[in-house]
Every structure is written in C-alpha cells, then in structure tokens.
Write a protein that binds this ligand. Structure first.
Ligand code: CUA
Length: 380
C-alpha cells in the first residue's frame, strides 16, 4: 500500500516538516547557539558536539541498516525452517562488546581533550601577540554588571571587548547562583556566592553575541540576558576613555529637571559618577554585603546598575528591552514618546515589564518620565 494513501500518514509527514522548520528557524545568524562559533573555546565545544553527532549517526545508519536488511531478508515465509541460533557465539559477543567500548573511548579521549582546551589552565598567557583584558562579571537579580579593574569602568547589560584579545572574566555574585554563558564564545560557568570562579574566552570576529544566564536564579531568570559587543581595538579604547569620564552636566532645561528628579527619586539605588557617587567601584571587592546597599566603607554600594553612560547602552532593564533611541523613538519631544520609547515603558511600569524586579520607583507622571528620558538618554 502506498505510504501516503491514508490521511494519518499525511498528518504525520506534515507535523514532521513543521517541527523541523521550527528547529531550523532557531539556527539564524545571531541565534545564541554553540554552533555559531566565534572563538576557540566555543570551537572546541562545538567540534566535540559534531564528533559525537557524526559517530552516533554512523552507528544509527549501520544498526538500522542491518536491522532493516534482516527484517526483509530473513522474514518468515511459508515452509522456512527455524533460522540459525547464534546464542553463545564467542566471536559475535566479542565484536559487539569491543566496538562500542572503542567508540566510547574515542569519545572519552576527545571529551578530556576538550575539557583541557577550555580549562582555566589553558588560558593563553598575555603577550604582545596575545593581549589580555580582565573583567569582573557580577550577577545580580536580574542583570549583569561588568567592571574593568584596569580601566576603572563599570557598565551593565553589554560586555564590550576587543577582538582577538583574551578576556579573563572573574565571576562574582553576592546573592544567588547564576551562570555566565555566551554560546558563540564560551561555555557555561556558575557564578556562585563565596566561590569566585573564572572564565576565559577570545572573540575572533567582531559583532554582537548574545549572553544568557544559564542557572535558574529566580522569577526573571529567563530575562537575565546580556550582549557581548566585540569591536576592533581602537574602538574599544575609544569606548573605554568615554566610559571613564564622569557624567556630563545636562544643558537643556528638560534634562536638568530630569537630573534633579534622578537625585530625588533614583539616587538611593543607582549611581551616576559626578552626580551622586564620586567614582566607579568594583562591586566584587567592595559590596560583598549586598543586597541591602551596605558597603564596606565608601563609595556606597548600590543595588541598581550604574547609569553614568546610560545613553550609550544598547540594552536596558537587564537585557529585556532594547535602548531604542533610533528614529527619534526616545526624543523627549516625540508626541508618541510613551508608546515608542522602551525606556518610557520601563519607567512607567517596571513591574509590568519585568515582574519581581527591585525597581520601586513609584508612579511617575508622563512629564516626569519625559524629563528623565531627556536626562538619561543624554548620558552618552
Ligand atoms: Cu541569573 Cu538565572
């Protein structure tokens, strides 16, 4: 009987096509996948994946092939005698014990090799041909903070790194366990309170790569995303020197009102260098008593992200929203500001955007939101 005569078979085939197209749709250029490789650590991980996949595929085809062949070749026909019984055949027993053992040892060998390739000990030493930067990634509930000790720069939601440079990441949390994962660049490592793990990676091409928190850490775990923005060396240095500056004082009246509002309403949770804090600081060293804003002295440790260069960021609200300033979306004079600007949505009702987060700003009028947007988006 032809395979597709029955309706059921058509349905099964259709479901298969739909499912596989959904799966393949996740393989776009920018999808966070270990198969979109952009550095040696991810390269090592994905080559192990392909090795195991191809081995398993070969075994599948071989076993299924023999099975299907046997089903047809040795099927029961009228008058056929009982087939040969091979129970206790030493040669066969040896063959099907030794081959899987060898296959598993091959996988074991490459797994151990992969582990050594991505281990902390395998981190390339800094040299003229292999420069290195250090970053502390701080897992908060629920956003990522990044601190560059050498440059004394703090940012959030986007980790900016130069291409072709070893990035040594110190992982720090003072709340719950998070997990730092940038599929295209490096595997997952837990960020454990009281246990300072490290991680290293090298990005071999420029571009934007998605980072994810890979350990359940509370209500908004799924919304604890970040970007890794890989740029060329001179852009990185330009970015660093911009980020090192204190916030520029606003010049227009609307933004000045926004700054006053910030001091009044936001400054107990967020820092802006030059406004309510005097400098950037390393949360991992100075704020081990968070949450609660308790500091081991000055400067004061704050629970929210540092906003000194907020306007220059591509993501806001812990990676849930784009900082969509293009096309005048967040121009304070845009009549559709409340609908078109993501920052407006966030300030209007942060609990609706990201339920359970720590942002407790109280009800702001549209005019106040407009003032805060004028101020914050101006902080380049
Ligand atoms: Cu942080 Cu999940």
């Amino acid at each position: 009987m032809p395979v597709f005569r029955r309706k059921k078979h058509w349905l099964a085939a259709l479901t298969g096509v739909l499912l596989s197209s959904i799966l393949l749709a996740a393989c776009g250029e920018n999808s966070p996948s270990i198969l979109n490789v952009a550095g040696p650590v991810a390269e090592s991980e994905s080559s192990l994946f392909w090795l195991i996949l191809y081995l398993a595929l070969a075994i599948f085809i071989l076993v299924e092939g023999v099975l299907i062949y046997s089903i047809f070749k040795y099927r029961e026909r009228p008058g056929t005698p009982n087939p040969y019984q091979n129970h206790g055949n030493m040669l066969l027993e040896l063959v099907w014990t030794v081959i899987p053992t060898v296959v598993l040892f091959v996988i074991l060998f490459f797994t151990i090799r992969g582990l050594l390739q991505v281990a902390p000990e395998a981190e390339p030493a800094a040299s003229a041909s292999q420069p290195k930067i250090e970053v502390t990634a701080v897992g908060h509930q629920w956003y990522w903070e990044f601190y560059y000790p050498k440059y004394n720069v703090t940012t959030a939601d986007t980790l900016e790194v130069p291409v072709g440079t070893t990035v040594h990441v110190k992982l720090f949390s003072n709340n719950v366990i998070h997990s730092f994962w940038v599929p295209s660049l490096t595997g997952k490592t837990d960020v454990v309170p009281g246990h300072d793990n490290t991680k290293w990676f090298v990005a071999q091409k420029t571009g934007l790569f998605t980072g994810i928190c890979a350990e359940y850490c509370g209500t908004q775990h799924a919304n604890m995303r970040f970007n890794v923005n890989v740029v060329d060396n001179s852009s990185f240095m330009t970015w660093i020197s911009g980020q090192q500056q204190a916030a520029a004082a606003p010049t227009d009246a609307l933004a000045q009102k926004g700054e006053a509002l910030f001091k009044n309403q936001c400054a107990s949770c967020h820092g802006i260098v030059g406004v309510n804090v005097t400098q950037f600081y390393n949360t991992a060293q100075e704020c081990t008593d968070l949450p609660g804003g308790k500091a081991n002295g000055t400067p004061q440790c704050l629970i929210g992200p540092n906003l000194t260069h907020f306007g220059s960021r591509s993501l806001i609200a812990g990676g849930v929203l784009d900082n969509n300033t293009k096309d005048n979306n967040c121009d304070p004079n845009n009549p559709n500001l409340m609908q078109s600007c993501n920052l407006a949505k966030w300030l209007k009702d942060p609990q609706a955007v990201k339920p359970g987060n720590d942002m407790a700003i109280g009800a702001l009028s549209n005019a106040e939101i407009q003032q805060l947007i004028a101020y914050l988006e101006g902080l380049k």
